[in-house]
Design a binder for this molecule. Structure first.
Ligand code: ADP
Ligand code: MG
Length: 175
């Protein structure tokens, strides 16, 4: 196995945290589309969205996804990467797509405890718990469509990594 492994899922599901651990286990590189974007844009995502709007941000995010796509790489994506059909197709065709599925209550408690929360723009301006629930409901079918595997990511990061490795090794046995 050498193809890219994409981690998808809601903000706060652990794509960055789990992605770094997974990359170490696989001896892969780790890339994060959000980090790639912030470097490329030379400003935070919140600032960019405030200035240019979500549509322009999604175009930039698409380019970032193409830029970081490479063999032997774990790619942590932004929570909204699945909104574009071309992103979903690109990921499915070029690698293994892993959905880190987390209950909305767990997401809310992680995000309110996360010191980097202010870096993340709210999508609607509504209270964070309501927003998480609604955004998740809208995106669930897209995560499902895009993913080759759904992993229970309510568990500790180390256990999530083990479950991903198990799913990937099952793939290579049946490939
Ligand atoms: P994402 O990249 O999907 O937005 P992060 O990896 O940045 O998510 O994680 C968001 C917050 O949740 C961080 O504070 C992180 O430490 C915490 N976190 C991530 N994964 C887990 C996990 N499996 N269990 C408990 N806390 C986690
Ligand atoms: Mg992240």
């Amino acid at each position: 196995m050498s193809f890219p492994v994409y981690l998808i899922g809601a903000r706060g599901c652990g794509k960055t945290t789990v992605g770094k651990l997974l990359a170490r286990q696989l001896s892969y590189q780790f890339c994060d589309t959000d980090q790639q974007l912030q470097q490329h844009l030379d400003q935070s995502i919140a600032e960019f969205v405030a200035q240019h709007g979500w549509e322009t941000f999604r175009q930039q995010e698409h380019q970032a996804l193409l830029t970081v796509t490479s063999d032997n790489t774990v790619v942590a994506t932004g929570g909204g990467i699945v909104l574009r059909d071309d992103n979903r197709q690109h990921m499915r065709q070029s690698g293994a797509v892993i959905w880190l599925s987390v209950d909305h209550q767990v997401l809310a408690s992680r995000l309110t405890a996360d010191p980097e929360m202010e870096q993340r723009p709210t999508l609607t301006g509504r209270p964070i718990t309501e927003e998480i629930y609604e955004v998740l409901q809208q995106r669930l079918p897209l995560y499902q469509q895009a993913a080759h595997h759904c992993i229970d990511a309510n568990q500790p990061p180390e256990k999530v990594v083990i479950d991903i490795l198990t799913a990937l090794s099952r793939d290579s046995l049946t490939a």
